[in-house]
Design a protein around this ligand. Sequence first.
Ligand code: PMV
Length: 372
Amino acid sequence: MSQNESGMSEVTVEVPMNIALVKYWGKRDEKLILPLNDSISLTVDKLTARTTIRMIQGVGKHTVEINDEKVELSSNKRYQTVFDEALRLQRKRKEDSNGNENRSVSHHFEVISTTNFPVAAGLASSAAGFAAIALAIQQLLNLDDIQANRLARIGSGSACRSMSGGLVHWKKGEKDDGSDCVAVKTNDDNWADLYCVILVFNDGCKKVGSSEGMRWTRETSTLLKHRIEKVVPERIDLIKKAYATRNFEDLARVIMADSNQFHAICLDTVPPIRYLNESSWQLIETVEKFNQPEIKAAYTFDAGPNACVIVQKKDVSKFIKALIRDIQINTDDLETLPEEFRSIEYQKDEGTENNFVCTKLVVSSMGSGPEI
Ligand code: PMV
């Protein structure tokens, strides 16, 4: 952190997006963004938001710029909510410190953020973005982890799972004020052997935003209750156990089952929500074939058609080989893979044409967490 003579402080952080292995879907409090169920996730190290925040003394308007474009804050209220909460915490700390600090000084924030993946690709960019803002404000204001977690969460629910590395468990909590609703790193060391292959399938479909979709599901789905009360708690335990014992097959089974149930819940909503497209279904078939006779890959999809396939490092190249038989992948993406995963064997068999186009493929390690 740096501070100049006019009292401006500045912090830069780099925060990865995260992918849920057991999904969050449905809020018990829309304002505080408190979820109806626990969820559990891993960060995707290579897809990051790099964010610089300046805290400037004096009255002024907050500004946010993402990938060189100004964000209209009047139509993106979540930023204002996060800044208001941050300044409230700062005021409270000043009051608690017996007036030793100057209480009357006001501040505003300037945020400049760049993502190394397209914001429009539907890859949880808001999670990485809000986690970065929360983490940077934590440094600027010397907040504790729970306060920072809350800041990320009120920006974008799943953002609170990007605040640390390893396997992260977001507990829904019971309290109305959200004080026990936090994302915590589970005790285990990071399973560094886990990689993910991200496939972007752009189909131009208008998707239902997650807030709206969650509201419809909560109001209309009869399956959601069973998921929340029975399925999710069991799956969180199974994931933790499989992760702690490095049991890939068990981990993969739960990941795929939960992705499928999340999309089933969306279909059980009125009106029904369809996030997967034909390419997503081709990918599911490809993974099913690849998983014969033993499970070596696990697909998972969030609120969109793009896939995240989790594999162990030793199986990354084998999986890409299987993939290019069924789905068109950019030659550029294959040539720019990390050195250890490049292969001359990534040649499509002559005469095998397919209609499924992946517009971007990224291979990334998982679970490293943010850099300050
Ligand atoms: O945090 P949001 O509003 O982007 O919702 C995330 C919802 C899912 O991505 C579908 C599931 C999850 O747990 O990340």
